[in-house]
Design a protein around this ligand. Structure first.
Ligand code: MTE
Ligand code: MOS
Length: 827
């Protein structure tokens, strides 16, 4: 056991406690950035002027009419920017653009005494546009070769040789949708300038340090003149990792120009039309299997739909490439990646950060190929698991692959899969118009930022003279329970009861140069830093206690607010007394902590290295029931076993697993982003602008039975108190829902039917998948008559008529022909 991972006796970590702010959340007393507006005097409100074109040049901008509106105080334009007119770190995101790049792009901002004044002022601004042709879909971008950023290649071995030795080679194509974050709290910032010209910006940001840097470069001031604070977020999900910066910079700019506090809160329509989403992808693939269905080779090209600017598209793509293997050993691999530039919002981080997209490709491949190989999909997956000693295509050894097997077996046993599969078979045999299916899928997800430098964190811990403790760390709270875990870590390390520790909001003047709270590594990184700060204080206090106890400082233990000698016998000193004594001895009672994850290296140009500290594992089994008339479905039961190491906070972790799974199921089945792809005047407009047209998971879509358990005996040496990250990995457990829907649709066809399923697998998409499966019956009858020797497994009947111009998505290849039917929403 490592020093980092070892727990003392009676640790506060591991206790099942509610989220630190749960009571505040449910009573409405929790403060969010926008709640501060009512507590701040003389606030001005900001409203954007949004462009109606997907691509256009701004030829004229007349702000005078806005000033004629009552209550308008200031119109912010490019001319006002004293520093760099850019909202990003790649310098491809002008804050005030002269080239409009997507429908809804803000060309300038109006500040008003009231929100209504600002809105009317924005409506009065006159903008002349010279529209240009726009690229809206990823397919259009591919055809036009409109790419941006790096085009990485991940390669191991010799794929062509591996295809040559493969018994079966199949190929296909898939395009799948992005996802709107739909955090409850939309983007918000409130900036003010103090009497020294110091800028203080409150922001709903996952990355306060970067928000600070961008405010500084927009204003042309050094970082020490800007402080950013994040109280908490009402959800971030990656959407507030990069996107808050420009908005905070607008508020800060407005504040420096007017001398008044400026509030910028996007309403839902603005948020959904202006800010980036999960990347949809297009993928083309060729895969080789041996006689037993073991993966031999994979050749794939992944194209991420990046939207108008780079944003986080490059690291998202890198993570997609690093997760295309998921849990499976593929000896020879070649994966090319590229980023389409489309005239849409700039797609960004979203829980999983490309990992889900990479994994969707391999899970889709296995789900489509299993019937063609004549192997049960669960068996096909299980057979291809990594085993000890193997490494990923990017060269990292896969440690603890046996955990996949343990989790898998425990889902199979706990979920009574054998019995239920027999029941499902009997049910399906007795029902022509309703079918059930059960699918089980694994997750392996790499933990750490690919970019090694980001894997560092800081903390500041104060012990006051009365023995109370105040902690600060670089991470932000967005509902994921990071602060709860950090309180538990501090209480554990100092050996004090939890109630003696308080946590103050995240601020850049407390802990500088922080990384985004992202990549699920918030607890690993900040936990390491909090623990380090607390250890420094504890060691100093041990010196003080050792004198009184008459033992060596190394033999002093702290437990539940008592210092005593190891073994527990003899004298004791209460924490408060010890702290007071230390103060009078002039012992420093506070410390700054630091943590860097050891052992990481990554060469992004070669796509090789060991970028991840460890892998998080999980397995889910999902049973669905599908209606053959409508494609409507229900999720009957979900069983999950997930690896969180030795949990820091089990209630929080179970909540993360449930929430992640449901959010993943939303992405894969319900949430259907539609962009206007027509040639009409609304081309490029997001058609699904609110919850009325964009279907989020709600209570009615919850699994009727939902069993979540944590993998046992899962201590992780490399992380704080033996825990593992939990924020993102469970999202990908939702592949079990998608695969169950595919199998249920296939059950409408004959044995061995391979079904292409669109993503999201909306009821409409499932309906088309069912239709294609049904068409197989007709095709099989035709085959019987033809008795043609040339026919191979996977020769499919022509697709039924459907309102879609999509190309077939399983294409002929060396051996296989599968004119697979496209489901309605290939898009
Ligand atoms: N859980 C809640 N409730 N709200 C969120 O916004 N974001 C997710 C995940 N869980 C999120 C969440 C994402 S995208 C990440 S990267 C992690 O939390 C970030 O927090 P962590 O590093 O502390 O796990
Ligand atoms: Mo999470 S997508 O890494 O913020």
């Amino acid at each position: 056991m490592s020093r980092l991972s070892e727990r003392p006796t009676n640790p506060v970590v591991g206790q099942e406690i509610p989220h630190e702010a749960a009571a505040l959340h449910v009573t409405g007393r929790a403060l969010y950035t926008d709640d501060l507006v009512g507590r701040t005097a003389d606030v001005l409100h900001a409203w954007p002027v949004q462009a109606p074109h997907a691509r256009a040049t701004v030829t004229a901008l007349r702000t005078d009419p806005a000033y004629a509106v009552d209550g308008v105080v200031r119109v912010l334009t490019a001319a006002d920017v004293p520093g760099v007119n850019d909202a990003g770190v790649k310098h491809d995101e002008p804050l005030f653009p002269t080239e409009v790049m997507y429908v809804g792009h803000a060309v300038c901002w109006v500040l008003g005494e009231t929100l209504e004044a600002a809105r009317l002022g924005a409506a009065a601004v006159e903008v002349d546009y010279d529209p240009h042709p726009a690229i809206v879909t990823v397919r259009e971008a591919i055809a036009a070769e409109a790419f941006q950023g790096a085009q990485p290649r991940l390669e191991r071995g010799d794929v062509e040789a591996a295809f040559a030795r493969s018994a079966r080679v199949l190929s296909g194509e898939i395009e799948f949708a992005g996802q709107e974050h739909f955090y409850l709290e939309t983007h918000c910032s409130l900036a003010l300038v103090d009497e020294n010209g110091q800028i203080f910006a409150q922001s709903s940001t996952q990355h306060p340090s970067e928000t600070q840097e961008i405010i500084a470069h927009v204003l042309g001031v050094p970082s020490n003149e800007v402080t950013v604070q994040c109280l908490r977020m009402g959800g971030g999900f990656g959407g507030k990792e990069m996107q808050p910066h420009g908005l905070a910079a607008i508020a800060a700019l407005g504040s420096t120009l007017t001398g008044r506090p400026v509030r910028l809160r996007l309403n839902r329509t603005q948020d959904i039309t202006m800010t980036g989403k999960r990347h949809g992808f297009h993928a083309e693939w060729r895969v080789g299997f041996d006689e037993e269905g073991r993966l031999q080779a994979l050749d794939a090209t992944l194209t991420a739909d990046g939207g108008w600017s780079l944003d986080l598209s490059e690291p998202v793509l890198a993570r997609a490439l690093c997760h295309i293997d998921n849990a499976y050993w593929i000896p020879d691999v070649r994966v090319n990646g590229r980023i389409a530039r489309t005239h849409k919002t700039s797609q960004t981080a979203f829980r999983g950060f490309g990992g889900p997209q990479g994994m969707l490709v391999i899970e889709d491949i296995l789900g489509r190929c299993a019937p063609l190989l004549g192997i049960d999909p669960a068996e096909l997956r299980r057979r291809n698991f990594y085993v000890d000693g193997q490494s990923t295509p990017y060269g990292q050894t896969v440690r603890h692959p046996e955990r996949l097997v343990t989790a898998w077996d425990s889902v199979v046993a706990g979920g009574e899969l054998e019995r239920r599969r027999a029941e499902i078979e009997a049910f399906n045999a007795g029902h022509d118009d309703t079918k059930r299916a059960l699918a089980i899928t694994p997750v392996k997800f790499g933990i750490s930022f690919n970019l090694t430098a980001f894997n560092q964190a800081g903390a500041l811990v104060h012990v006051y003279k009365d023995g109370s403790v105040l902690i600060n760390h670089g991470g932000t709270e967005m509902g994921q329970g990071l602060h709860t875990k950090m309180l538990q870590v501090a209480a554990t390390t100092l050996g004090v009861p939890l109630h003696r520790v308080r946590l103050a909001p995240t601020r850049t003047d407390k802990v500088p140069n922080t990384s985004a709270t992202a990549a699920s590594s918030g607890a690993d990184l900040n936990g390491g830093a909090v623990k380090n700060a607390c250890e420094q204080i504890r060691e100093r206090l041990a010196q003080v206690a050792a004198g009184t106890l008459g033992v060596h400082p190394g033999d002093v233990r702290f437990d539940d607010g008592i210092a005593h000698a190891v073994g527990g016998a003899g004298e004791q000193i209460a924490w408060d007394d010890l702290v007071e004594r230390a103060y009078f001895q002039r012992v420093q009672l506070w410390a700054a902590g630091f943590y860097r994850t050891e052992g990481l290296h990554w060469d992004s140009s070669q796509m090789q290295g060991s970028p991840f500290k460890y892998f998080a594992y999980g397995v889910a089994a999902t049973e669905v029931e599908v209606d053959g008339y409508t494609g409507a479905y229900r999720t009957l039961r979900v069983d999950i076993v997930h690896d969180v190491g030795d949990s820091l906070s089990p209630l929080v972790d179970v909540g993360q697993i449930e929430g992640g799974f449901v959010q993943g199921a939303g992405w894969l089945t319900l949430e259907d982003l539609r962009w206007d792809e027509s040639d009409g005047p609304a081309r490029g407009r997001l058609a699904t602008q609110s919850a009325s047209t964009y279907k989020l998971p709600s209570f009615s879509e919850m699994p009727e039975v939902f069993n979540v358990s944590l993998l046992e005996h899962a201590h992780e040496e490399g992380a704080v108190y033996g825990s593992k990250a939990v924020g993102e990995p469970p999202l990908m457990l939702a592949f079990s829902v998608r695969e169950a829907l595919r199998q249920a649709a296939a059950a409408f066809g004959p044995e061995g039917t391979s079904v292409d399923l669109a993503s999201p697998a909306t009821p409409e998409a499932v309906y088309w998948a069912i239709e294609s499966a049904r068409a197989q019956h007709a095709a099989d009858r035709a085959t019987e008559h033809a008795a043609s020797a040339g026919m191979t497994l996977g020769d499919h009947a022509p697709a039924p008529e459907q309102p879609s111009d999509d190309a077939p998505r399983l294409r002929p290849d060396s051996e296989q022909v599968s004119a697979g039917v496209t489901a309605g929403a290939g898009r």
